[in-house]
Design a protein around this ligand. Structure first.
Ligand code: FAD
Length: 265
């Protein structure tokens, strides 16, 4: 099975900085692998342990520093890595991100069987990129994936965690799945894996490698833009109360009464 694993770096801080285009400042900011993508990596490694001749190629679109994250994921047992990095890709919204990543997968892993994404990225938090990639590549997609029941080179049987319960679905490959947090602790890299990963070449994919028009990627290829970005600092000067339970219930009752009176006034 040939797996394309899409992972993203997110700022490891709440001190988000914005560019003049209201896009997030990614270069030079302490970053970590998107927490949902940690489980996407585990999901890929689980399939690799269960299905013979499975190879995992990791893709990330981001600044050059994202290669550190790729090396860490190679050390866990993924086979190859592609850093999709070009100034022309910056400022992309999820449409342009999906376009670019699908172009890179077509270029470096055209005969993929499965694409694995995390369900959300904790910074942009749109959950749109996975579905965008699936629609650009015209393949079925299964989102909110919680667990793998059974997998072969032809189909996957999965559970989906929905608001009102858990659904079991079977999907024919090639397909894309977006995975949720799983019920297991992610594994740590072993020394042998770290040494092996340090020797691997990370392919750099630029706009020329994908062969798209510059108007299809980055800020210019983004039909949407973040019009305003601001930190939501609570304006009201929250009073600090050290209350025991009875006092706090009475205070709450008093506040609700005042609010009710103001409303009827
Ligand atoms: P999601 O779509 O939530 O990510 C889901 C999965 O897709 C990830 O788990 C990962 O597996 C994969 N993935 C996502 N990005 C990459 C990548 N760069 N490389 C590899 N795999 C990836 N864009 C919009 O179009 N609309 C918005 O409303 C919007 N709001 C934003 C708000 C904030 C605060 C920020 C910081 C960015 C916003 N963006 C928005 C831009 C958006 O973050 C980027 O397009 C981003 O690359 C993908 O969107 P996302 O972060 O929402 O990821």
């Amino acid at each position: 099975m040939k797996i394309a694993l899409c992972i993203k770096q997110v700022p490891d801080t709440t001190d988000i900085r914005w560019t003049e285009n209201n896009t997030i400042q990614r270069e030079g900011v302490e970053s970590i692998i998107n927490p949902y993508d940690v489980y996407a990596v585990e999901f890929a490694l689980k399939l690799k342990s269960e299905i013979e001749n499975t190879e995992i190629t990791v893709f990330t679109m981001g600044p050059p520093q994202a290669s550190d994250m790729l090396r860490k994921v190679l050390a866990l047992g993924c086979d190859d890595a592609v850093l999709i990095s070009d100034k022309k890709f910056s400022g992309a919204d999820t449409y342009a991100t999906g376009t670019t990543i699908s172009g890179a997968i077509r270029r470096y892993l055209p005969n993929f069987d499965l694409i694995i994404c995390g369900q959300f990225a904790v910074d942009g938090d749109t959950a749109q990129t996975g579905p965008n990639i699936a629609s650009f590549l015209d393949i079925p997609q299964v989102t909110y994936v919680k667990d793998l029941i059974h997998g072969t080179n032809k189909t996957l049987t999965l559970t989906r965690e929905m608001e009102d319960g858990v659904e079991t679905v079977k999907v024919k490959l090639p397909a894309l799945i977006c995975v949720l947090q799983q019920n297991f602790e992610p594994q740590r890299a072993k020394i042998a894996g770290i040494i092996k990963a340090s020797k691997k070449e990370i392919k750099i994919c630029t706009l020329d490698d994908i062969g798209f028009d510059a108007n299809k990627v980055g800020l210019r290829g983004s039909p949407t833009f973040v019009s305003k970005a601001f930190r939501n600092i609570p304006t009201h000067n929250a009073q600090k109360f050290n209350l025991n339970t009875t006092d706090s219930v009475n205070l709450l009752k008093e506040r609700i009464q005042t609010l009710g009176e103001n409303k009827n006034a």
